[in-house]
Design a protein around this ligand. Structure first.
Ligand code: NAD
Length: 418
């Protein structure tokens, strides 16, 4: 990750870029560049040794003009107030581009989960849930998983909230396991939208996905599922990486076996089919047809962008390109499917989970995947229509034009209070 690039400033410059093409007042745009509120809190828990330890945590509620705030909770040592604000803004425009009736929010705790026991993580999570309780609820703000959090943490948050509220309200949080009210298809949803949008982009660009070469940076939930599904679509995954480094095989890797190796050893590095070991940077600059960045923000800066050789990038991660990298890739004619669309499958199936929780009626995986595909393909079509209508060169700008127009419209219809 590139130090020194503030993701909140990246978000604001992306909004400015798109706003230049829209006839929306500067005052409205100014409002759409800032979160409505940010909770900053200090969680103090007792460690297994009986000491007290403090963790700083945030929840940014960016915008609820189109529905309840919605967005994940990240556990990472580099979580910061500005990172959480940026991520909450990206959620706002993500729910808008896919047209689901939700707003944008995001949370995070400054913590390296590897340094703590499961019991300590449970205490941290439940303590955060207690702080979040007045702000969240199925009609207010609905958290979900993000980096280093998953079903386990979501179940703890749900349980804490329900105990304190003396209710059952599974729709207060999404990304739960099935027994706790989760949805079929949620675990695979982010990687699924990443590859569905790649498929649509290849089709739009008249390129063949069958036999196309793919590199995936980051082999967690989003990255590994994207690798598995794109392999099933007939593409060849030649390189994957995680925080320990990358592996490469020109004739293709088996994504499932690479994941098994990571589960056993902690990393994809050392997997026997990887005939060559690469650095993380090498993976990002390989000569491939499709690059899927699926780790953290700012993975590709302007310098690295000069060396990128992929024709299409599908952003599974949030904010993997700095604004300068984005500009360089636009000049190089790389078709970048922006994060707010490419990884929107996660929030879309979270939306389905919330709908199912509210109706207390559950769908099959097939129904989830079919409804997801329809929403993602419609959103891609809206992006392409806008790209052509406004004669834009950058698909990200087109996505923001669609999304900002939708958020601004609902704000302007409602007016201000008081
Ligand atoms: P995760 O924690 O499951 O996986 C992250 C992966 O990135 C790990 O394999 C880690 O080793 C790797 N990584 C970290 N630094 C790296 C580096 N410098 N080079 C290569 N790999 C590195 O997280 P995730 O849920 O897969 O999220 C990844 C990205 O996708 C994040 O930006 C997240 O915001 C975004 N995203 C995830 C979801 C979801 O549903 N999981 C939804 C939308 C967006």
């Amino acid at each position: 990750m590139t130090e020194g690039v503030n993701p909140f400033e990246s978000l604001q410059s992306q909004i400015d870029e798109a706003a230049a093409h829209l006839e929306i007042g500067d005052d409205v745009i100014e409002r759409l560049k800032h979160p409505e509120r940010v909770l900053e809190t200090n969680l103090t828990i007792e460690t297994d040794d009986g000491d007290l330890e403090r963790f700083k945590a945030f929840r940014s509620q960016f915008n609820n003009d189109r529905g309840p705030y919605k967005g994940g909770i990240r556990y990472h040592p580099q979580v910061s107030r500005d990172e959480v604000k940026a991520l909450s803004g990206w959620m706002t425009y993500k729910t808008a581009i896919v047209g689901i009736p939700l707003g944008g929010g995001k949370g995070g705790i400054i913590i390296d989960p590897d340094d703590y026991s499961e019991a300590e993580l449970e205490r941290v999570t439940r303590s955060f849930a207690k702080e979040l309780r007045p702000l969240i609820g199925e009609d207010r703000d609905i958290p979900a998983p993000d980096v280093n959090t998953g079903q386990r943490e979501m179940n703890w948050i749900k349980d804490t909230y329900e105990a304190l509220e003396n209710t059952t309200e599974p729709g207060v949080i999404t990304g739960k396991n099935i027994a706790s009210g989760g949805s079929e298809g949620r675990v695979e949803a982010t990687g699924r939208s990443t590859v569905l949008t790649a498929r649509e982009a290849f089709d739009y660009l008249d390129k063949d996905l069958e036999g196309a070469t793919v590199a995936v940076q980051g082999y967690g939930n989003a990255g590994w599922i994207a690798a598995k599904l794109i392999d099933r679509m007939g593409a060849t995954v030649v390189a994957v990486s995680d925080s320990s480094g990358g592996i490469y095989n020109q004739s293709g890797l088996d994504p499932v076996a690479a994941k098994d190796h990571k589960n056993e050893t902690g990393s994809v590095v050392g997997y026997e089919e990887g005939e060559e070991e690469l650095t993380n940077e090498d993976v990002l600059t390989l000569d491939v047809d499709l690059l899927i960045p699926a780790a953290l923000e700012n993975a590709i800066d302007a310098d690295l962008a000069e060396d990128v050789q992929a024709d299409v990038i599908s952003e599974a991660a949030n904010g993997p390109l700095t604004p300068e990298a984005d500009a360089t890739l636009e000049e190089k004619d790389v078709f970048v499917i922006p994060d707010i669309l490419a990884n929107a499958g996660g929030v879309t199936v979270s939306y389905f989970e919330w709908v199912q929780n509210r109706q207390r009626f559950y769908w099959t995986e097939q129904r989830v995947n079919e409804e997801l595909e329809e929403i993602i393909v419609d959103a891609f079509d809206a992006l392409v229509a806008t790209l052509e209508e406004y004669d834009l060169d950058n698909p990200r700008t087109a996505a923001y034009v669609v999304a900002i127009r939708r958020v601004a419209e609902s704000f302007e219809e409602a007016g201000t209070f008081p």
